[in-house]
Design a protein. Structure first.
Length: 289
């Protein structure tokens, strides 16, 4: 395959910067990936593409291949579903309108969560703004950072296990499209749609199989299987579905800087699968060194 000869592995296709809920600027994310041995990476900030340029420049300086990407927020019934998009056109009007809508609604939602928490704890919206870079996709991780700064919790994990967990009663949902819409938007923008961590345990556990088959019919490219939050049983099931439908399977770190224990390269994607993503996409070219 021609494209397969143009990039070097190991490849990590899921990392976040401070343009969403990672703690480092895109260039630092790229440097960290390089320091952990990664040679091809994708930046996949939630609902946002503004980190691409800086990440692409940093990757070029280090002789790495950069795949522009994004993790699009979606929702199936009560489940939060994340759809990774690779190499789509960032100015596709339908996709851009949807990410604007999601990010806009996330702000009001975060304010509502903070107001709920503020009834019981000394936490204010300004505390969250102090933890958020300009225009970043705002999420519970930034509220977690504000709780840490206030000395209410020790780290993001403690915040998510406690105050930010829906069972505690402070949680509010945000607008997100149906996964079918998410897959269609990414695909029509020339990108490749891959379901992120599809088989986690707990509240967001797997979508029904019949619904996954509908996503495949809609153009779904594949699944992120090697991810620390997928269950072992779930990985086996996904591998069999992927084999049956000849889908792409990936492995990634979901690095968030200091925001999560995940480290670049803790899971990687096989070269032939990276090549399939590159060969299938038409929206944006990879940035080769
Ligand atoms: P939100 O989209 O605002 O509901 O927040 C979800 C985000 O929080 C996800 O993108 C995760 O990266 C992050 N997250 C979820 N659980 C944890 C955790 N235990 N520790 C750190 N970050 C987390
Ligand atoms: Fe995140
Ligand atoms: Fe995710
Ligand atoms: Zn992620």
């Amino acid at each position: 395959m021609r494209s397969a000869q143009r990039f070097d592995g190991p490849s990590d296709l899921h990392l976040h910067s401070n343009h969403s809920d990672g703690t480092q600027p895109p260039s630092e994310v790229v440097r960290q990936a390089h320091a952990h041995g990664i040679r091809t990476l994708a930046l996949t900030d939630h609902d946002r593409t503004t980190g691409w340029e800086e990440a692409g420049r940093a990757a070029a300086e280090l002789g790495m291949t950069f795949l522009p990407g994004m993790e699009l927020s979606a929702k199936h019934e009560w489940r939060s579903v994340h759809v990774l998009g690779y190499l789509f056109d960032p100015i596709d009007p339908a996709l851009a309108a949807e990410t604007d809508r999601i990010r806009g609604d996330r702000v009001g939602r975060a304010e509502r969560i903070v107001r709920n928490i503020g009834r019981d704890y000394d936490l204010h919206w300004d505390d969250v703004l102090a933890q958020t870079t300009q225009d970043a996709t705002v999420g519970r991780p930034h509220i977690a950072d504000a709780l840490i700064a206030r000395g209410i919790v020790r780290d993001r994990a403690e915040a998510f296990d406690g105050i930010l967990h829906p069972r505690e009663g402070y949680y509010e949902p945000h607008y997100a499209p149906d996964p079918l819409t998410a897959v269609r938007l990414i695909t029509r923008a020339g990108g490749v749609a891959i379901i992120a961590h599809p088989v986690t345990s707990g509240r967001d556990r797997m979508m029904p199989l019949a619904f996954i088959e509908r996503l495949i019919a809609e153009g779904l490219g594949g699944f992120e299987i090697d991810h620390r939050e997928n269950t072992e049983d779930g990985k086996r099931l996904l591998r069999s579905i992927a084999a049956k439908h000849d889908l792409i399977v990936t492995g990634s770190s979901d690095y968030h800087g200091a925001g999560k224990p995940n480290l670049p390269g803790e899971n990687t994607t096989a070269d032939d699968m990276v090549a399939r993503i590159i060969d299938r996409a038409t929206g944006t070219a990879p940035r080769y060194p």
